[in-house]
Design a protein around this ligand. Structure first.
Ligand SMILES: CSC[C@@H](O)[C@@H](O)C(=O)COP(=O)(O)O
Length: 386
């Protein structure tokens, strides 16, 4: 894995020179670009246990729904490989270790449904202990065979993600006017996925065809994904952009300086209600007020049809120090008096009524989403080879 370097701008629609998540050839090590160090340093962490991968997800070494999904899949794969090596012929012990790995990964972050989607997709490959039915797809028997099957499918999830993002990029770009001025919240680029990006993938694809495209980057309090990650990715791609504080979005929308808003998603409910980074709801309300189209860009794996409305989406609350010490500063250099009580939801849920369209890899869903989303999810599921 190579870092981007200051002057090695990747083509907007082409190959990137940084990689978010990778699995070693021997299937034993997950490598993650440490996003906590950006934009200052490009460093990688190398993880050899499912517990370490879960810790990395929880502590936001890696973040963004599809990237979290791929990382969890790789985490389960290395957990399975280690369990198979430890218990080559003890099926019960292997299964116990595998279940423990899945459980620690599943608990690492609650909102991005891609995490559980990826784990469930892999676990469908495991034959039930009684050898009976259930699940789907080709079943494996020995621990080594199960570990190999899980590893292959984890690699497939990562490979498919890049292709999915490119398809969403083309579909989303077609919605934008010439020389579009796009407002973007949080990070949805290659760092939030395995490559290209979701909402930022749309921007990459649009810019590749139209160099007049430009981006307003919301800084995205409190973890500053916009300032630290999105601005870094846009700079690397050479796409014109301007950073603004989150609270400037309403002014930009009011003044007619935005043609479209694009955001990603961590979970989309069956009715289209969409959980995304905190601050998204405020942008959507402003966009609706000023009649600016508001587009959600998310793969079908982010749509949770089992969740009827946004009320059922679990919203993660994170620690007070993210707000009181926004850049990770410790000691007494916080921005609030010591002991200040803090409310720090990591996500909010934007009502479907504020969303113009949801771009998936299988097509663009329009309201009513309860009718337009299920066929797209079914089409994506049908493509998963077993
Ligand atoms: C392509 S990803 C869309 C979302 O996952 C992204 O906007 C977001 O909310 C990321 O949140 P994070 O808390 O950084 O994991």
């Amino acid at each position: 894995m190579a870092g981007p370097g200051a002057a090695t701008a990747a083509a907007a629609g082409g190959t990137l020179d940084y990689e978010t998540v990778a699995l070693s050839d021997d299937g034993k090590t997950v490598t993650l670009l440490d996003q906590r160090q950006l934009p200052h340093t490009v460093t990688y962490v190398h993880l050899t246990t499912a517990v370490a991968v879960a810790d990395a997800i929880r502590s936001m070494v890696v973040r963004g729904a599809p990237a979290i999904g791929a990382t969890a899949a790789y985490g389960l794969a290395i957990g399975a490989t280690a369990a198979a090596a430890g218990h080559p012929s003890d099926d019960a012990a292997f299964r116990d270790d595998l279940a423990a790995a899945a459980s620690v990964l599943r608990a690492s972050r609650p909102t991005a449904v891609n995490l559980e989607w990826a784990l469930d997709r892999l676990l469908r490959l495991v034959t039930p202990a009684d050898g009976g039915g259930g699940g789907g797809g080709a079943k494996q028997s020995s621990p080594a065979a199960v570990a190999a099957a899980l590893t292959a499918d984890a690699r497939a999830i990562a490979r498919e993600d890049v292709d999915i993002n490119r398809r969403m990029g083309a579909l989303g770009a077609a919605l934008l006017p010439p020389a579009a001025r796009i407002l973007h919240h949080c990070n949805t680029g290659a760092l939030a996925t395995v490559g290209h990006g979701t909402a930022l993938g749309v921007i990459r694809s649009a810019y590749a065809a139209d160099p007049g495209v430009s981006v307003w980057v919301n800084e995205t309090r409190p973890r500053l994904q916009g300032a630290r990650l999105t601005a870094w990715e846009l700079a690397a791609a050479g796409i014109p952009h301007t950073l603004a504080v989150d609270s400037a979005a309403a002014v930009l929308l009011r003044d007619g300086r935005v043609d479209a808003v694009t955001v990603g998603a961590d979970r989309v409910a069956a009715n289209g209600d969409t959980a995304n980074k905190i601050g998204t709801l405020a942008v959507a309300i402003s966009a609706g007020h000023y009649n600016v189209p508001f587009y959600v860009v998310a793969p079908a794996s982010t749509v949770d049809l089992a969740c009827a409305t946004g009320a059922g989406i679990p919203v993660e609350e994170r620690g007070a120090e993210e707000v009181t010490h926004p850049c990770g500063g410790g000691g007494t250099d916080g921005v609030a008096p010591p002991g200040t009580r803090v409310f720090n939801p990591a996500f909010d849920v934007t009502s479907a009524s504020l969303i113009t369209a949801i771009v998936t890899e299988e097509g663009v869903a329009r309201p009513p989403f309860s009718e337009s989303l299920p066929p797209l999810v079914a089409a994506a599921a049908a493509k998963v080879q077993r």
